[in-house]
Ligand binder design. Structure first.
Ligand SMILES: Cc1cc2nc3c(=O)[nH]c(=O)nc-3n(C[C@H](O)[C@H](O)[C@H](O)COP(=O)(O)OP(=O)(O)OC[C@H]3O[C@@H](n4cnc5c(N)ncnc54)[C@H](O)[C@@H]3O)c2cc1C
Length: 406
């Protein structure tokens, strides 16, 4: 995990609230142990509300903790979250701007409802964690899971505070998932490097960027740059879907120059990875359900991962609540519901991403003919008005995109 944010960009941390680590004492017995208090883990905990199960959220950090992220929460996932998290929203963007430097086009999409709500992840995740605690989930903070011992009736988790035993484990411990590693899952495929900067400029320089979510294509090789407005600074970042093809610090500098913002007054950089391809063997570990980044569920086109995290967390929780003691039924339900709600979508997104990032000529041709239409369709996906699969099922969309105009 990256270093903590400068106080300018974060909220207070009450470290004294954490009891000292101990490895002695009897094991903590849970029905469901959720590892990781990010969006995926908290969504799972919230979805287990009312199930009557004893749920523990085991988190290595002390909330609120820094998370390297653009902090853009798209409408389709905001709708799945408790209203309390809205207190973290620093700006609502009703306008999305998609700027294509090659072939030199700009498209603007407006919605009456916010398209993307801008948050800082320390506060957002903390509110989610608090909401989960309020539903009866027990939070074990400053408790990294160090080892995992699967068994036929329960899973043992070894931590710096001793042992936990649970009938089910939801692994929501992010892109570097210790749980996945300890149960022998191979490394994630297609992990996208990204550089995120919390950056402050003179007010007048930032003003033109403070109302919209801006995305710039055609500058970063096989990737894009983004400028997201926060309360009084910008989150600016770059990513590439072809690791090794770009030096992100250099691309970031070029992107700043293209935005014409001048010299930053304050800047803090964090690099991290986004897993844009689901694991091959997602369902192969009895009693252990991988969710969110730990499962590789970020969108391969947009690299947006909060949706995949929240949806998979909720589905894993519901599968456990439904299946109860029948471990096979739980895994079957998780597999079926994840396939229906998310994995099909991600496959289509991967196909589109291949064209967008790998075939610039085709992308350019589509943008010149039907750039506004393509931008509106993408906006409608992230707002939840439609889905990738629904778009691909309609032949008139191909006709419009490839042969139409406007
Ligand atoms: C630069 C960048 C920008 C991004 N921008 C966006 C964006 O604007 N919008 C968007 O939707 N997505 C964005 N993403 C992706 C998004 O951040 C992730 O997909 C999302 O956070 C995944 O949620 P998660 O709950 O699965 O994992 P995480 O948010 O990573 O949470 C994992 C949690 O597990 C804890 N943990 C880890 N190991 C252990 C352990 N051994 N024991 C106990 N706890 C552990 C961690 O401390 C953490 O709290 C971005 C990613 C990057 C890198």
């Amino acid at each position: 995990m990256a270093a903590p944010l400068h106080p300018r960009y974060r909220i207070g941390v009450n470290v004294s609230a954490v009891p000292p680590a101990t490895s002695s004492g009897p094991p903590v017995i849970l029905d469901v142990a959720i590892v990781g208090a990010g969006p995926a883990g908290c969504a799972a905990a919230l979805a287990l509300q009312g199930s009557g199960l004893r749920v523990g959220l085991i988190e290595k950090a002390v909330p609120p903790r820094h998370k390297t992220c653009g902090g853009g929460v798209v409408a389709r996932v905001m709708a799945l979250l408790p209203a309390a998290v809205r207190a973290a929203v620093e700006r609502e963007c009703h306008l999305a701007e998609l700027v294509h430097h090659d072939p030199g086009l700009r498209f603007a999409c407006w919605r009456d409802e916010p398209i993307i709500s801008m948050v800082m992840r320390d506060r957002f995740d903390h509110l989610l964690t608090t909401a989960a605690q309020e539903t009866g989930t027990i939070l074990f903070a400053a408790t990294p899971v160090l080892d995992v011992v699967p068994g036929p009736k329960e899973v043992r988790l070894l931590t710096n505070r001793g042992e936990f035993r649970a009938r089910y484990v939801i692994a929501a411990d992010g892109v570097n998932s210790v749980v996945a590693r300890k149960i022998g899952r191979p490394a994630l495929r297609h992990v996208v490097p990204a550089l995120e900067c919390e950056v402050t400029f003179a007010e007048a320089a930032m003003a033109p960027l403070m109302q919209s979510a801006r995305f710039d294509f055609g500058l970063v090789p096989a990737g894009y740059g983004w400028a997201f407005p926060k309360k009084d600074h910008l989150s600016i970042g770059v990513l590439t879907t072809r690791p090794g093809r770009a030096s992100l610090p250099q691309e970031y500098r070029r992107y700043l120059a293209a935005l014409g913002l001048g010299e930053p007054l304050h800047e803090e950089r964090h690099g991290f990875m986004i897993p844009c391809r689901p694991r091959d063997d997602l369902f192969g570990a009895p009693r252990i359900l991988l969710v969110g980044d730990a499962a590789g569920l970020a969108d391969p086109l947009t690299a947006e991962g909060i949706t995949g995290g929240v949806m998979s967390g909720q589905l894993a929780a519901r599968a456990i609540a439904l299946g109860g003691g029948d471990e096979r039924a739980v895994m079957r339900t998780y597999r079926a519901t994840l396939e229906k709600a998310l994995l099909g979508e991600l496959r289509v997104a991967r196909l589109i991403a291949r064209v967008v990032y790998g075939w610039p000529r085709i992308r350019g041709a589509v943008l010149r003919r039907r750039g506004q239409r393509a931008s509106e369709l993408l906006t409608s996906v992230v707002t939840g008005e439609t889905s990738y699969t629904a778009i691909m099922r309609r032949p008139e969309n191909y006709r419009h995109l490839f042969f139409g105009r406007g």
